[in-house]
Design a protein around this ligand. Structure first.
Ligand code: ADP
Ligand code: MG
Length: 344
């Protein structure tokens, strides 16, 4: 058939332009959809804060997952250098170096963590005690020295394990310690705060569903409370799971005597200290807590561990929105009244 003038589409230049723009838009949308359609999660792992940090990014814009994970790791390193007991220029080390002498300028992040630490110390009647830093001299900041100190050496240090002598001037951004020889250690609370801030960094980069896991501290988030995360609970004595918890949004913090410990003359020496005795806390093998705020969850898991199954469970039951599982030294598993999950 002959090609005639009649077969030509009578498109005006404006209409041609509109068609071209629409095609480009459709192509852009298709490629965006293609890049983001991946339903599989991506896991990023790095060693930070003396532990393995694992970020599992599940929903959001997969094309930006690398960027989101990098932002989270950068934030974790920044905060680690503020709270670390192992770095001389951290806020914690500078406060300790000036013990009994002066107040030091601290970052707003340290003000926030110290405020929560002191609140948790008061709430747990000193079971959580950020002044345990003084005992770090004999046990190591995370109990890693591996030597059992003499009882009288510990006794001399106990008066320094006094959170009431920690000075925090919130509005001036300063902190200090009243007595020489005192030291703070934020190892029982800072990791919770840090995983929380890592979650904030990932959300800013478009992630809408993810798991952040750093040793005993975990936080999970999703846009709506549509489907819960299933979190495995480690058995404190055997290489198997104790059970699982179902969590929609928020923190899962674990304190246990089975990750950092040594055994001497048949006694297990681990890194959670009873501030009353100066020795590793007895009575508990593991505690897992579910709470909205990861910073509180972290400190509370340490506090409940020290309080032991009975007082610890009473504390959990008295707090709104907090649930937990406690394994006593007898191996008995106790579960709070609103706990959602399964014990095998
Ligand atoms: P992990 O750090 O292994 O996740 P925890 O959250 O229970 O476990 O914190 C234990 C750390 O907290 C110790 O390594 C030490 O730095 C510090 N710590 C030990 N005992 C106490 C205590 N009674 N109160 C506050 N902090 C503590
Ligand atoms: Mg803790």
């Amino acid at each position: 058939m002959a090609f005639t003038q009649k077969n030509k589409l009578p498109l005006s230049p404006a209409l041609k332009y509109a068609v071209a723009v629409s095609i480009v838009l459709v192509l852009l949308a298709a490629s965006w959809f293609y890049m983001n359609k991946a339903k599989e999660s991506v896991t990023y792992t790095r060693t930070l804060m003396g532990t393995v940090v694992q970020l599992t990014l599940i929903e959001g814009e997969p094309a930006r997952f690398d960027e989101a994970a990098e932002a989270a790791f950068t934030e974790i390193s920044r905060l680690e250098s503020i709270f670390s007991s192992y770095k001389d220029d951290s806020d914690v080390s500078r406060i300790n170096a000036a013990a009994g002498k002066a107040l030091v300028d601290i970052k707003p992040e340290t003000v926030e963590v110290l405020r929560k630490a002191l609140y948790m110390a008061a709430l747990s009647e000193g079971a959580f005690n950020p002044a345990v830093g003084a005992l770090g001299k004999v046990w190591g900041p995370s109990g890693e020295k591996g030597v059992v100190p003499a009882e009288d050496e510990i006794k001399k240090l106990l008066p320094l394990v006094d959170y009431r002598s920690i000075i925090l001037k919130e509005h001036d951004g300063k902190a200090g310690l009243e007595k020489e020889g005192m030291a703070i250690n934020l190892g029982g609370i800072a990791k919770g705060y840090i995983v929380d801030k890592a979650a904030v960094a990932m959300r800013k980069a478009g992630v809408t569903r993810a798991i952040i896991h750093a040793g005993g501290d975990m936080t999970v988030f999703q846009r709506d409370n549509e489907k819960p995360f299933t979190i495995g609970l480690q058995h404190p004595r055997e290489k198997k799971l104790l059970g699982e918890a179902f969590v929609y949004n928020g923190a899962i913090a674990t304190s246990g005597d089975y990750e950092r410990f040594f055994i001497k003359d048949g006694v297990r020496y681990h890194h959670i200290l009873d501030p009353k005795t100066g020795f590793p806390s007895k009575g508990t093998q593991a505690v897992t807590l579910i709470a909205a705020d990861p910073t509180i969850a972290d400190a509370l898991s340490t506090a409940v561990f020290v309080l032991g199954p009975e007082k610890g469970m009473a504390l959990i039951e008295g707090l709104d929105g907090v649930e937990g599982v406690i394994v006593g030294e007898d191996g008995l598993v106790r579960v709070s009244s609103g706990f959602k999950g399964k014990i095998y």
